[in-house]
Design a protein around this ligand. Structure first.
Ligand SMILES: Nc1nc2c(ncn2[C@@H]2O[C@H](COP(=O)(O)OP(=O)(O)OP(=O)(O)O)[C@@H](O)[C@H]2O)c(=O)[nH]1
Ligand SMILES: [Mg+2]
Length: 386
């Protein structure tokens, strides 16, 4: 494996497998390129292929493996990014066959982006926790790799296994410590949240697919200066501000980390502390990039993560953002048959429809308050969340 000077971006080849003739494959490939670039790599080439299901040994088929091998020999990438969550055994087999190119799967790629972007103490703890937990599942690969480098046949009979046991113990100790420190941070925030709850102010969380424009919207509404950029996972921590919907109505608004398709469960778990803000919200603003051709799938993906963190019963207002990118859409509110606002069309960068958004938030909060008896069975119960 070659070591590159930090200032030079590392070079990547992306492998994307179209499993079972997925119609959104082009968007998946575009997202894989965005993810790779967001992690700081230069993309040399994307290799695509069709398969009814992944190959159990290499994830890709034998023919494609040879093609990848030839490409790696001629282009000499630093990493081979596989845009899927692959098994440890598949990673190990790819590693052995491709001799030296670092294999990075989707989980590792997302972890790398998170690690490069994170700045808060809490975020660093969460990333480290996720990385350690992930590492624990990949130890076998690391040790076979090392043994091969040492070239000692005698080493195969046990010392590696002992070392794996030792490493496992070390990692689980470290994970326990990280969890303890995270629990302290969470406790601190709980205290802050309790005092806020006592004040009776409604709390609203912005959620949505990564790059939908959550931070831009948050900034436009609250005049804050949260980092927003055209890259995936620009935001990694929750920011909270007071927002006056009208002179007599204020809420607490939070901007949160973005979601993505196939967000690894381990990462969801590690980010629970950040996402907990979402759990305690009275309502969610679910921001959607209306110009995306896969917006409906993104809505489903976000709802899937919300279900995983038990936040799927919190009332939502869908905010279709970026209407400036689609011809013929004016800012407007959509109501359901109960006269409850369910969606608003806005442009955060052009400040279009933001008054309508404030109005819709107010109306939905009033609707929720008036229908508490109906909502009671639906509203999330935080104490049930372990
Ligand atoms: N054309 C257009 N672009 C927008 C609009 N809102 C946001 N953007 C752009 O979309 C990109 C992503 O915006 P962010 O606010 O960082 O998105 P986010 O949802 O917070 O993203 P993560 O924090 O990565 O999850 C930026 O380049 C914004 O300038 C909009 O209304 N119209
Ligand atoms: Mg953001």
């Amino acid at each position: 494996m070659s070591t590159k000077i930090n200032s030079q971006p590392q070079l990547a080849i992306i492998v994307a497998v179209n499993i079972n003739n997925n119609h959104d494959f082009d968007e998946d490939v575009a997202e894989a390129i965005s993810l790779t670039e967001s992690a700081g790599y230069n993309v040399l080439q994307v290799i695509t292929m069709n398969r009814p299901k992944p190959d159990p040994t290499f994830f890709v088929g034998k023919g494609k493996l040879d093609e990848i091998k030839t490409l790696c020999e001629s282009l000499k990438p630093d990493v081979l990014i596989v845009n899927h969550n692959i098994l440890a055994v598949q990673e190990r087999n790819l590693d052995t066959s491709l001799g030296g190119v670092r294999i990075v799967d989707r989980t590792q790629l997302i972890l790398e982006i998170f690690a490069s972007r994170v700045s808060s103490n809490e975020g660093i703890l969460q990333i480290e926790l996720a990385q350690q937990s992930y590492l624990a599942t990949r130890l076998v690969r690391r040790w076979t790799h090392l043994e091969r480098q040492r070239g000692g046949i005698g080493l195969r009979s046990g010392s590696g296994e002992k070392q794996i046991e030792l490493d496992k113990r070390q990692i689980s100790d470290k994970v326990a410590l990280l969890k303890k420190r995270l629990a302290e941070v969470v406790k601190q925030r709980e205290t802050q949240r309790k005092s806020r709850l006592k004040s009776g102010i409604n709390s609203v969380s912005i959620v949505g697919y990564t790059n939908a424009g959550k931070s831009t919207l948050f900034n436009a509404l609250t005049k804050a200066a949260v980092y927003a950029e055209n890259r995936l996972f620009a935001t990694l921590q929750t920011t909270t501000r007071k927002l006056f919907l009208s002179p007599e109505n204020e809420i607490i608004l939070s901007d949160t980390v973005g979601f993505i398709r196939e967000l690894p469960t381990k990462l969801v778990a590690a980010f629970r502390a950040t996402l907990e803000e979402t759990l305690y919200a009275n309502m969610l603003l679910h921001v959607v990039d209306v110009s995306s051709t896969v917006k409906d799938r993104q809505i489903e993906d976000v709802n899937q993560v919300l279900t995983e963190i038990d936040a799927d019963t919190i009332p939502q207002l869908i905010v279709y953002n970026k209407i400036d990118l689609v011809a013929g859409i004016e800012p407007h509110i959509v109501y359901d048959q109960d006269s409850k606002p369910v969606a608003v069309y806005v442009s955060a960068t052009l400040n279009l429809g933001l008054d309508l958004l404030r109005q819709a938030i107010t109306e939905q909060l009033i609707w929720i308050a008036q229908n508490k008896n109906i909502m009671q069975d639906l509203v999330y119960e935080p104490w049930k969340f372990k």
